[in-house]
Design a protein around this ligand. Structure first.
Ligand SMILES: [Zn+2]
Length: 256
């Protein structure tokens, strides 16, 4: 199975200093608050689950079968948001429109790609989210590859539990038999301070997956399945400590 569809989440060969040296990041709700993080302050009563539609704007992700990854990811993410919000969770999103995430917070990072990834991660950190769910669409050189696959950080037991629950749920929706997979080189889920998963909802290169993903009703089933499974793991998940910018480090060299 190829991860080429998600190349934007892989950072290869970069070496930068600690984040605190690379950016002059400020807490967004004390300054200019981007419209799509208006509910992103640390929660008082409710618990936050960050929802991250992959790609966006100039970065379309993969495409095929008449589908564009950034659009499918956003549609399912918005449906997932609505479901989790109805259950009482706060649901900050990294994007709610067809835009990239490179300008969500002020940053001195020169690379749009790295700003995009950094901002997605910083939203998870700053909202003290109890969980994070990134939505993507897969592709493969093998047209027989099909079905959703849930990735989790290799060192995260809580992430594995979340991924296992969600994988079972999306398998039921899709009628497939994929297994959740550990990854050490996915920037967002590796650095998230909470259980975090990346859900590849299907393959645009598989005719069955593509025709299903083209149907709004199927996308709704997918979102509902992810939501119901996720809350089983995240309802009791601890709220991470407040984000300490000075102690935060990103290992931009960790990946293959
Ligand atoms: Zn992707």
């Amino acid at each position: 199975m190829s991860l080429s569809a998600c190349v934007s989440l892989l950072i290869t060969g970069f070496t930068v200093g600690p984040v605190g040296e690379a950016e002059a990041l400020t807490w967004p709700w004390h300054h200019s608050t981007p419209h799509n993080v208006s509910n992103s302050a640390p929660t008082q009563g409710g618990r936050s689950i960050v929802i991250d539609p992959g790609h966006g704007g100039v970065d379309g992700g993969t495409s095929g079968g008449g589908l564009v990854e950034k659009q499918i990811a956003l549609d399912i993410a918005l449906r997932l948001r609505d479901h989790l919000a109805r259950l009482g969770f706060k649901t900050p999103m990294t994007r709610m429109t067809d835009t990239d995430v490179s300008r969500l917070f002020p940053s001195a990072l020169s690379s749009r790609h790295k700003r995009d990834l950094q901002n997605r991660l910083d939203l998870i950190r700053k909202t003290q989210a109890v969980g994070a769910i990134s939505i993507h669409v897969n592709s493969s050189a093998n047209a027989r590859d099909r079905g959703p696959i849930v990735f989790y950080a290799v060192h995260s037991d809580a992430g594995k539990l979340l991924a296992t629950d969600v994988q079972a749920a999306v398998n039921a929706v899709s009628g497939s038999t994929q297994r959740p997979l550990p990854r050490k080189n996915l920037f967002l889920i590796r650095h998230a301070p909470c259980p975090a998963i990346l859900v590849e909802v299907g393959f645009v290169t598989n005719a069955d997956d593509a025709s299903r993903l083209a149907r709004p009703a199927y996308r709704q089933h997918m979102a509902d399945a992810i939501a119901v499974a996720a809350i089983r793991s995240l309802r009791e998940a601890p709220i991470p400590p407040p984000y300490q910018k000075a102690s935060a480090r990103n290992d931009w060299t960790l990946v293959r």
